[in-house]
Design a protein around this ligand. Structure first.
Ligand SMILES: [Zn+2]
Length: 268
């Protein structure tokens, strides 16, 4: 039988456990988090921050999809990219994966350099986080998640403003909350060629503080979802205004004309 001395933790021993302070948050299910098959779509600004937050939180099975290459103008808001990545025109996904894996000393992030429209592993995912800068790709991910019945945490930024939406099968999806101005952008994006090859590429204002806030909220919602705390998730759409210093939840509802709900929930 072990003695009291054997059972007692030596001073400082808990500091040897990388997730010791996370374990003190009773609602976190670290076993579920470590085994969650998580897809991150986009390895740009939001993708960098989201992947950083996921690996530090204990996610160990992350697939990261992005087709772009690093350029210097990415570097004002991408913590895991380096000037030499831009110099070498390195693909974003493997660069982010390499640095994130080094952060935690584990092979936690698996990069795929491909268009999200060509990704076909939806049914083997437990959770998807969207870190995309265009509404067309976001609607594609939204539709695939609805079809496969996977929770989708969508994030977006525009200068000092940002939004996060948690899409689960009984609630409104991204397409339900997409308005006419989004579709106008979509039409302009595709109008030049009539195909996915785009001539319209807006350069939107972007900096690290709004990116950090939005990505942190995305990761926190992911932690709630995986830990069985869906009841505590953002129920509608969270809007953040960094200039005003405000954050508000705006109510959204299922659009009866949205095709996604016929596939993900026949009762709607
Ligand atoms: Zn919908």
């Amino acid at each position: 039988m072990p003695s009291i001395a054997d059972l007692a933790m030596r001073p400082g021993e808990e500091d040897e456990d990388r997730l010791d302070r996370s374990r003190l948050m009773a609602w976190l299910n670290l076993d579920a988090i470590s085994s969650c098959r998580c897809l991150v779509v986009g390895a740009g600004a939001l993708g960098n921050e989201v992947v950083k937050g996921l690996v530090l939180s204990g996610f160990l099975d992350i697939t990261l999809v992005d087709m772009d290459h690093v350029v210097m103008s990415n570097l004002n808001r991408c913590v895991l990219l380096r000037p030499e990545d831009a110099g070498n025109s390195r693909a974003k996904a493997p660069a982010v994966a390499e640095r994130a894996n080094r952060l935690v000393g584990r092979d936690a992030v698996h990069p795929m350099v491909t268009r999200v429209e060509e990704f076909d592993g939806w049914n083997s995912m437990d959770l998807v986080l969207g870190c995309l800068d265009n509404i067309g790709a976001r609607l594609h991910v939204n539709a695939r998640c609805c079809l496969a019945g996977i929770p989708y945490v969508d994030g977006g930024t525009d200068g000092m403003r940002g939004k996060v939406q948690v899409i689960v099968d009984e609630g409104p999806c991204l397409q339900c909350t997409t308005n006419r101005s989004h579709y106008a952008v979509l039409e302009r994006r595709y109008s030049c060629t009539g195909s996915a090859t785009t001539l319209y590429r807006p350069h939107m204002a972007a900096e690290i503080t709004t990116t950090s806030v939005v990505a942190a909220v995305q990761v926190r919602e992911a932690l709630k979802l995986v830990s069985g705390m869906q009841i505590a998730c953002i129920r509608h759409v969270m809007y953040y205004d960094g200039m005003a210093g405000t954050c508000e939840i705006l109510e959204a509802s299922i659009n009866p004309g949205c095709p996604n709900h016929y596939t993900c929930s026949p009762s709607h």
